[in-house]
Every structure is written in C-alpha cells, then in structure tokens.
Design a protein around this ligand. Structure first.
Ligand code: C5P
Length: 219
C-alpha cells in the first residue's frame, strides 16, 4: 500500500554462502545459513518494498512473501545476478558470505585419491561484488556487512571507505549471540560519516528491522 514507508522502492538483497566447485561432487563453502539476508528481505517486503533476493545455497524459504528469489551457487554467479539487477534498484544490501577465493581449475571428473598423503588445490581470487557495485553506483544506497574477529571497528571503517558504502553493519564473532547459524545477532552500524550506532543482541528479525529503519531514514 502507498502508505508503507518503502512503497515504490526497489531493494536488492544478497544472502547465504557461495559454493566454489572443486570437481563435480565437491566444493569449498562456508557456514552461512542465509538467515540474516532472508530476514532483511522479508522485513523490507512487509514495509512495501519490491524485493529481489539473490541467494547462495540456503535452507531458508520466502514462501508466503512476494519476494523475487534468484538462486545462485558461486561468487561469479552472484556477481552476474547482482550486476543484472543493479541499475534497476534503489538500495542494495549485501549480506551474503561470498567466498574470497575459488579453485583455479575445476576438475571435469571426480578427483581420485592418490598415494601421496598431501594434495594441493590452487585458488584464485573471486571478484569483490560489493566493491564492484561501489565503483559504478549512481543513486543507489549501498549497504555491506563486516564480520571480524579482531580490530573490528577499524577494519569495518576501512571496508566502508574502500567499497564506497553508505553504511556497514558490523557483527562480531567474539559475541556469543552473534554470527553464523544463530538466530540472534549483535550489530554496530557505521555510517559513511564514521558515526557509530550500537545495538543490543536481538533476534535476526529485529536486527533486520533496525537495518531497514536505518535505510528508511536515508531514503
Ligand atoms: O572484505 P569483506 O569480505 O570482509 O567484506 C564483506 C562485505 O563484502 C560483505 O558485505 C560481503 O557480502 C561483501 N563481499 C562481496 N564480494 C566478495 C567478498 C565480500 O560482495 N568477494
């Protein structure tokens, strides 16, 4: 309805891990559940936004919500999906846990066990999706995440600047209520003017509300 605060706004959200193939049956992945991004997508939809959710492999569901879901596997897939939508949207929230590296070569057949006790997989860097969007952004509000284990505020501020973001959501792995595969999260929002807002630990649904409210104040 026209009275909702995000009515008429197009929001692009990424969620979940990426899987980087090693051979036809193996991949390099991470423990991201996708929960945070799915909650953000649902809260934004409930407030009237037109939401596209680009998700890596996740057990989360958008059934019952009018969300357009684009499923991807790898970082390169996600890069293409995000860039395909970018020019049409007002806001991008990049909450996916994108693999920084992928195997340089993907074996066409299942890799066989050898007699050698060691084996090496050579990795090459994936594109930084968020940074690439920051380089071409015009009117879009761009939001990133940072998950750090040490010097967290300093690293998050560096990322915010390097990736040309409007704000960054920092969650600490040091906090037992925060992080991967939890239903709760504890965040600090750092604005591009470097002002910080700390929030209490809460459910990912309530964290999503805090993030979306911050976006609403900036639109
Ligand atoms: O640099 P770092 O990976 O810590 O930055 C985290 C932020 O950058 C997250 O918003 C994540 O979704 C995004 N990212 C990305 N592409 C990558 C790596 C991270 O968009 N290859």
């Amino acid at each position: 309805a026209a009275s909702l605060p995000l009515y008429g706004k197009k929001i692009l959200v990424s969620a979940g891990p990426t899987y980087e193939n090693i051979d036809p049956v193996r991949f390099i992945g991470n423990y991201s559940s996708g929960k945070m991004g799915f909650e953000i997508a649902k809260v934004a939809t409930s407030l009237g936004a037109d939401v596209t959710l680009v998700s890596g492999p996740s057990h989360e569901s958008v059934v019952g919500y009018p969300i357009r879901r684009v499923d991807v596997i790898s970082a390169n897939n996600m890069y293409n999906a995000m860039h395909a939508e970018f020019n049409n949207v007002d806001v991008v929230i990049m909450s996916a846990a994108v693999a920084d590296y992928r195997p340089k070569d993907v074996a066409e057949q299942k890799i066989k066990k050898e007699n050698d006790d060691n084996m090496t997989i050579e990795l090459i860097k994936n594109p930084d999706i968020l940074k690439s969007l920051g380089e071409i952004k015009t009117h879009q509000l761009l939001v990133g995440f940072a998950l750090e284990t040490n010097n967290e505020e300093e690293y998050a501020k560096k990322k915010l600047i390097k990736k040309n973001l409007d704000f960054i959501v920092l969650n600490s792995m040091q906090d037992k209520e925060a992080g991967f595969q939890k239903n709760t999260n504890k965040i600090t929002i750092i604005d591009k003017d470097l002002s910080m807002q700390q929030f209490d630990a809460k459910t990912k649904t309530d964290v999503a509300k805090d993030i979306i409210n911050t976006i609403i104040t900036k639109l």
